[in-house]
Design a protein around this ligand. Structure first.
Ligand code: ZN
Length: 150
């Protein structure tokens, strides 16, 4: 039948453009809410198109060490990926919350040392909280260093 071939092609095509939940376990990618670009949990880079080829290529070319340290289907990998997801979600939530709560946390410090927070400081403060809560050892230092470059 001529049309069954066509249907099959269309199905494959649309499957190719859908973010698959398994990519989170397989390639450490998530699809940020409201976005069409999958984001890598390891380096926070996004890939331009929802295509398993792009996601796979990014993971395999950039994160070979991750694959070695956290092999597919291992318990450490499951734990690591859910930790990265939690960290990512917490950061998002905190940024949203810090923007919503801005009038209440506009001042920090005490007495005459009070000074206003800028938006960037609020975000940085929240990111630091997340890093401190979720990471350990050198990884924590590394992340805090990245959040506070100077
Ligand atoms: Zn990456």
């Amino acid at each position: 039948m001529a049309c069954s071939k066509l249907d099959k092609k269309r199905k494959v095509d649309s499957e190719n453009r859908e973010f698959k939940k398994e990519w989170t376990d397989k390639y450490a990618f998530v699809l940020p809410a409201g976005s069409t670009k999958p984001m890598c949990l390891i380096c926070n880079e996004t890939v331009a198109l929802v295509k398993s080829g792009n996601v796979k290529r990014h993971y395999e070319s950039k994160h070979g060490h991750f694959e070695q340290n956290y092999p597919q289907n291992s318990e450490v990998r499951t734990r690591k990926i859910s930790q990265m997801q939690a960290s990512y979600q917490a950061t998002r939530t905190m940024i949203v919350r810090s923007v919503q709560l801005k009038p209440h946390c506009e001042w920090h410090g005490s007495g005459k040392h009070k000074k206003p927070f800028t938006d960037a400081e609020i975000v940085k403060e929240c990111m630091n909280e997340v890093a401190i809560a979720l990471y350990e050892g050198t990884q924590k230092d590394d992340i805090i260093q990245k959040i506070n470059p100077c």
